[in-house]
Design a protein around this ligand. Sequence first.
Ligand SMILES: [Zn+2]
Ligand SMILES: [Zn+2]
Ligand SMILES: [Zn+2]
Length: 272
Amino acid sequence: MNIRFLGTAAFEGIPSLFCRCELCAKAREAGGKEIRSRTSAMLGDDLKIDFPPDTFMHMVQGGLDLERIKDLIFTHSHSDHLYAEDLAARLPGYAQSAAHPIGIYANDAVLLRIKQTLDFNGGLQGKFTLNLARLFERAELQTAAVVPLPASHDPLETCLLYYIEKDGKAILYGHDSGWFPEETWAWLEDKKLDLAVLECTMGRIDYRKSHMNIEAVLETKERFEANGMLKPDARIVVTHFSHNAQLSHTDLTDIFAPHGIQVAYDGMMLEI
Ligand SMILES: [Zn+2]
Ligand SMILES: [Zn+2]
Ligand SMILES: [Zn+2]
């Protein structure tokens, strides 16, 4: 199975809109892997995680056929993960889309936002189904089995991490989150992972409450290892970077490569 990292930045993107910081200036000049759009990933070509405002660009640059998506799962409702207005583009009048409904699986905050947005455009019209994710409850979706786990992120919302089983592989999609809540660790502890996707929004900044820094990523890896949670060929990938951390793709690679952790970039494809 393959995973494709469509976007790898935190909310602001890199370079950030309006920003004149050193990293953003360098990114504008260098282009390539230094340009990061808002986070989303595809597992195979039929399961998408999050729907950020950069989806149009992801589709064009990655040659994606969004009509192959059967399941669309959401981590939370922050604007870098959910741009509900563009989901209306699948409705009659905006697209000659296929007959199948895309199954949306998310917390109530996300579902409500999507429902309200689509209601302004005539409702779901058979193009989407809305399904409520319940913490620790396994759901058999069309393309994968998923278990939503509590993140440590926005205290006003049930932000979700996902344990995903797809095509015989086990994946932890671990952001947005600071150091995982103990109840999440307790549930994960006996799982064997092929891939863990973690975030490193904060870089070297001393903070790990609602986002992770480098230290928290490395300690998370140590705890995976101590619990025997990594299969022999397991991969750990970091993503969701902020310009505020002032670390280029090269800097991040230099930091994480010695620990066997891969640094995602926009468009990166991994076979697991
Ligand atoms: Zn985010
Ligand atoms: Zn900046
Ligand atoms: Zn967030």
